[in-house]
Write a protein that binds this ligand. Structure first.
Ligand SMILES: [Fe+2]
Ligand SMILES: [Fe+2]
Length: 135
């Protein structure tokens, strides 16, 4: 069962961005499933790496668009991205050291972050980026 369900409250209406957000939601769910099913350490570690790499890629897409289209709050938004990457790194390191409790609650932090960031911060750039070419 998916822990994190995509719904339209998360949609920005910018197709390229929404597709990337859906992929992030899917990776969080895959990680959650793997932890719940107590998959091998390598599998879980691999999913953490995949999630981090995809997050870095997604943030780079947004930050490039901010530059291309002159988004006024770009610097604040980028520092919020950086905080998430740091937290993700910390979580992956804890997991690798076996310090992370394998439970449904483990990923609550990630899910809350992704939801809150999309709904509160990403939505602020919609007026600037909507209808623009994002790649
Ligand atoms: Fe985003
Ligand atoms: Fe963002």
């Amino acid at each position: 069962m998916a822990l994190f369900i995509w719904d339209d409250s998360l949609a920005t209406g910018i197709e390229a961005i929404d597709n990337q957000h859906k992929k992030l939601v899917s990776l969080v769910n895959q990680l959650h499933d793997a932890m719940r099913e107590r998959k091998a350490k390598e599998v879980i570690g691999g999913l953490f790496t995949e999630l981090k790499d995809y997050t870095v890629y997604h943030f780079a897409t947004e930050e490039r668009a901010f530059k291309d289209y002159g988004y006024a709050a770009a610097a604040e938004h980028a520092s919020s991205h950086k905080r998430l990457i740091d937290s993700l790194d910390e979580l992956a390191q804890k997991e690798a050291r076996g310090e992370l409790a394998v439970s449904v609650d483990t990923l609550t932090f990630l899910i809350d972050w992704v939801k809150t960031h999309i709904m509160k911060e990403d939505k602020l750039y919609v007026p600037t980026l909507k209808g623009k070419h994002i790649a």
